[in-house]
Write a protein that binds this ligand. Structure first.
Ligand code: ADP
Ligand code: ADP
Length: 228
């Protein structure tokens, strides 16, 4: 079954004199458990697509079904619940909160989650273990290397066991070795069942996904299954 069905998604940006078609008639199905890399040149619409998938932007037209639910008909309030319950976000620039410890930063991933109660600490410790950051729990972000900060950010994204992880150039600010570490973590999360959609400029990192989707001028140009 498809976790995600985008049907004829178009996103226009209108200002007084100019109209930009950021996405044109995109249809994309993603099954539960897939690892999809999105590639394309700067300005082709990758961020717009990721924002729509993350429900922080809405398409101008077209339908977005998530696990069978039509999100176009969903209120902002319900979308906030949807994000908290189902999505995990990873960014190029980590986006950790400077004056919170690593533990507290990861706890933010549970902020709008109910029903975990006594097991919150276990969930946080388990997330830290998965990314190898447990020994830095009491440190602050500025005390960590870039690679460690991104691993902490991944722990924050996965602590609530999201159905879908959305990663926007997660290795873009990292050196080769730390980038490889992050890719290894994403692969092991995917092997454990997580669905991942990742924007990247790195062909070698895209090759580690199971499927590559190429975008050019707001349009889908290819969707190739990788042989792993
Ligand atoms: P990418 O992430 O691939 O670099 P984007 O999704 O950011 O591409 O942008 C796609 C197109 O939409 C570009 O032409 C960009 O200039 C335009 N665009 C993006 N955001 C806005 C906005 N808020 N207002 C107007 N145009 C925008
Ligand atoms: P790792 O390989 O464990 O991810 P690094 O090799 O990048 O970490 O860093 C080695 C050690 O130096 C780590 O324990 C890290 O906390 C510390 N460190 C790295 N960068 C900084 C920094 N800018 N400020 C303070 N400590 C740092």
């Amino acid at each position: 079954t498809n976790l995600i069905e985008l049907q004829n998604i178009t996103r226009l940006y209108r200002s007084d004199e100019v109209e930009t078609t950021a996405l044109h008639n995109i249809s994309l199905h993603i099954k539960r458990g897939e690892f999809v890399a999105i590639m394309g040149p700067s300005g082709c619409g990758k961020s717009t697509l990721l924002n729509i998938l993350g429900t922080i932007d809405r398409p101008t037209s077209g339908a977005y079904l998530f696990d069978g639910t039509d999100l176009a008909k969903t209120s902002e309030n319900q979308l906030a619940k949807h994000r908290a319950g189902h999505l995990g976000f990873i960014f190029q620039s980590f986006n950790l909160v400077d004056d919170l410890t690593i533990y507290e930063n990861i706890e933010l991933g549970l902020l709008y989650r109910s029903g975990l109660k006594g097991s919150r600490r276990k969930a946080i410790e388990s997330a830290m273990d998965k990314v190898g950051i447990a020994h830095r729990a009491r440190h602050f972000p500025h005390q960590l290397s870039g690679g460690q900060q991104q691993r902490a950010a991944i722990a924050r994204a996965i602590v609530g066991s999201p159905d879908l992880i959305l990663a926007d150039e997660p290795t873009g600010n990292l050196d080769t070795e730390n980038g490889a570490q992050v890719m290894q973590i994403l692969q092991s999360l995917n092997a454990a069942g997580a669905t991942i959609i990742m924007v990247t400029h790195s062909q070698s990192h895209a090759d580690q996904a199971r499927r590559q989707v190429d975008i050019l001028d707001g349009q889908l140009v290819a969707s190739v299954a990788q042989v792993l």
